[in-house]
Design a protein around this ligand. Structure first.
Ligand SMILES: Cc1ncc(COP(=O)(O)O)c(C=O)c1O
Ligand SMILES: N[C@@H](CCCC[NH3+])C(=O)O
Length: 462
């Protein structure tokens, strides 16, 4: 995902770059299992189904655009993480997508939850996530958010600045608690991902740097405060990462800090959290790592470094968001206008856009797309799927081959939209945010309902 990968996208007749949609896929009706949720298939009648339900029926019942989330896949991914990290703790990163149903699934599947705002905390608590299984993040937690987290009894607050050390300690004192905390450090890794979602190089807003001694100073300050129990060190290097090297360097540097802490203070911290960030497949060309691969790599490196330093192996935790939620949902749109620009490409406009998926505009993210309401034997046409917003950057899928007989009223589906699409959705142009419909065992239900004009008008107090 680089900002300059396809500045204008390929055109008819261009020699296309290697990679995504350099050439039409062999079968436009095929659904690559790498990018589609587990129970998605194309039925004998050509209609795409999820959990056995045809999208044509789902569109009639729930309308479009809508996100359809495969609950079986979500739960299976939760289990893949807890199995891979047996003896460690998995915190699902709620920023990827959070709702009360999701919290219940997490609770049932034995995961913990990472929240980074008062709203996420409120959702977690409202759905009955035990507070001790919640970690509170954020680079600028408000005093109110801190107070609420301490009062609720969250299992850990991840400290992100010197100011926050004082704030959390005061809140804990006032409430007569001893709050368990971790310190978020920036380890100085340049994660190979989009600049906007890399978080462990030094020149950015998160955490306290190892390199300039701020992390070590934060440890000194926390250890002096009785109201805080320092349980570990936290590092998150970024998001949508395929390359294990960054995680390994991060693990090594975090253990290095644990060793320094032991040497300076005579304390062995019992936990390290290595964050989230594992990438997923948005297009068939993406080749993400599996949870067991990252688990093995992290365990091995932490064990090796701890043995070398004479440290007891700390308890590990990780915070996957995208890798759990992302692949489990697709967005279903209805095609509106289809505009062929001679010699350029065909613009396919859908009934949503950057308000339900900002990732293409924000990160130059690449997506794939398929005609979902029928199969087609028409020739492939080079298309750009765009939204209905008053903005020329309102692009959902920059380069896609779709059948040339695509027409208004067809349904198209964009896979891998389970993470950071509904959670980053907006009301731009007063477009209403789509529902999230969970599909399981042949039944579908809205877990987040569609926004209505009444919702918009309720907020607008005149
Ligand atoms: C602290 C922290 N943990 C976990 C995550 C989840 O990341 P991802 O969805 O890439 O797994 C993020 C987001 O990048 C984060 O900032
Ligand atoms: N929202 C980003 C990832 C940021 C993750 C949170 N630190 C995305 O869609 O890729």
């Amino acid at each position: 995902m680089s900002r300059s990968a396809h500045p204008a996208g390929p055109r008819h007749g261009d020699v296309l770059p290697e990679g995504h949609y350099a050439a039409p896929p062999a079968d436009l009706n095929g659904l690559d299992p790498h990018v589609w949720a587990r129970t998605v298939a194309r039925g004998a009648d050509g209609v795409v189904t999820v959990g056995g339900l045809p999208v044509t029926r789902l569109a009639e019942e729930f309308g479009t655009p809508a996100y359809f989330l495969d609950e079986e896949d979500f739960r299976a991914r939760c289990r893949a993480w807890t199995d891979a990290f047996e003896g460690a703790d998995v915190f699902y990163a709620g920023k990827a997508f959070l709702s009360r149903a999701v919290v219940r699934w997490l609770r049932e599947e034995g995961l913990n939850l990472d929240v980074c705002s008062g709203g996420e905390l409120a959702t977690a608590l409202a759905a009955g996530m035990p507070a001790e299984r919640i970690a509170m993040h954020g680079n600028n937690k408000s005093p109110g958010e801190i107070e609420r987290a301490v009062e609720a009894g969250v299992g850990r607050i991840v400290l992100d600045s010197y100011q926050e050390i004082v704030r959390v300690a005061h809140a804990a004192e006032r409430l007569g608690r001893r709050q368990r905390v971790q310190i978020r450090v920036t380890v100085g890794v340049e994660a190979h991902t989009h600049e906007f979602i890399a978080t462990a190089h030094e020149d950015q807003k998160f955490g306290l740097a190892l390199a300039d001694g701020q992390a070590a100073e934060a440890v000194r300050r926390v250890l002096r405060l009785d109201a805080l129990e320092l349980v570990g060190i936290h590092s998150h290097i970024g998001s949508q990462i395929f390359d294990m090297a960054g995680f390994e360097v991060s693990a090594r540097r975090v253990v290095g800090l644990l060793t320094e802490i032991r040497d300076e203070h005579g304390v062995e911290l019992p936990e390290i959290d290595l964050g989230g960030g594992l990438g997923i497949a948005y297009t068939p060309e993406d080749d993400p790592r599996e949870p067991y691969e990252i688990a093995k790599a992290l365990r091995d490196i932490v064990a090796r470094e701890c043995t070398a330093a004479g440290l007891t192996m700390p308890r590990l935790s990780v915070e996957p968001g995208r890798a759990i939620a992302g692949p489990t949902a697709f967005t279903l749109y209805e095609v509106g206008t289809v505009k062929e620009l001679a010699g350029l490409r065909t613009y396919v406009s859908v009934d949503g856009g950057m308000s339900d998926n900002i990732r293409t505009a924000l990160y130059d993210a690449e997506y794939s797309v398929a005609l979902a309401s029928r199969a087609s034997t028409a020739e492939p046409m080079l298309a750009r799927v765009v939204g209905k917003h008053c903005e020329s950057g309102d692009i959902v899928v920059r380069d896609a081959y779709l059948p040339a007989d695509l027409a208004a009223g067809d349904l198209i589906a964009v896979p891998a939209t389970g993470a950071y699409c509904r959670s980053m959705a907006s009301n731009y142009n007063h477009v209403l945010r789509p529902p999230v419909v969970a599909v399981a065992d042949g039944a579908a239900r809205e877990i987040v309902r569609r926004e209505t004009e009444a919702d918009l008008l309720r907020l607008d107090v005149g």
